[in-house]
Design a protein around this ligand. Sequence first.
Ligand code: SAM
Length: 238
Amino acid sequence: MSQHRRFFVDKITQPLEIDGEEFRHAIGVLRIKQNDTIIVCDGSGTEYLCNVDSIGKKSFSASVFDTRPSQTEAQTDVTLLVGYLKGDKTELVVQKAVELGLKRIVVFNSKFCSAYMNENKLARLNKVSQEASKQCGRAIAPKVDYFDTFQQALQSVEHCKNKLFACEFAKENATDFGVLQGSTAIVVGSEGGFSQQENDLAMQMGFSTVFLGKRILRAETACISLCAIVMHRLGELQ
Ligand code: SAM
């Protein structure tokens, strides 16, 4: 795995000018120096190898000298949908979902959610996604989206081949993990869990229940373990 430091930009230019938060982090924390080699990613899955040409007061410039496809992105499109959790638990779930290679994370409001989202919190979750992507060597920082209703969240993954609904009051597993392949959506409730109506809506929309045993898991435990199970069954942890 390359030990070069990673940076995310919206658009690759030649030369590159890196400023703002990425600049402050590079110089203040990572101590990037002139002629260091860095990896710059624009979210396309390509890694741009760059030489740090010069360092100014508010930005540094770098020039691309090579490109390569990322070796760390999953082949399968997996999305986690989770009810907004209290405290910093949603940040933990985002961080672990990114490390496990998921492509997208959706946070939703539902009947028994007792935490409330705002723009700053959503921006923070996307920052956590970018930081986790850098740490684990990914070239894409999964987008974190928010839906104010459970139905909108489910509709945003209607295209997925496998639609898994982790339900704490399910009586059995209706999901055959042995044959899992193709795009997958994983739905986990907030601390308050799901209402019967939300369960019925998920069933009407073609989701299949996932039962994780007789113990009631914390939402973050259910998210992280189910993401790991799914990614492993899809062959994405090898
Ligand atoms: N408030 C619920 C209760 O007291 O029964 C518990 C909700 S649990 C903390 C949060 C979410 O984790 C659930 O909505 C479900 O998605 C998932 N979960 C927890 N334990 C589970 C289990 N044994 N099987 C399937 N899903 C589970």
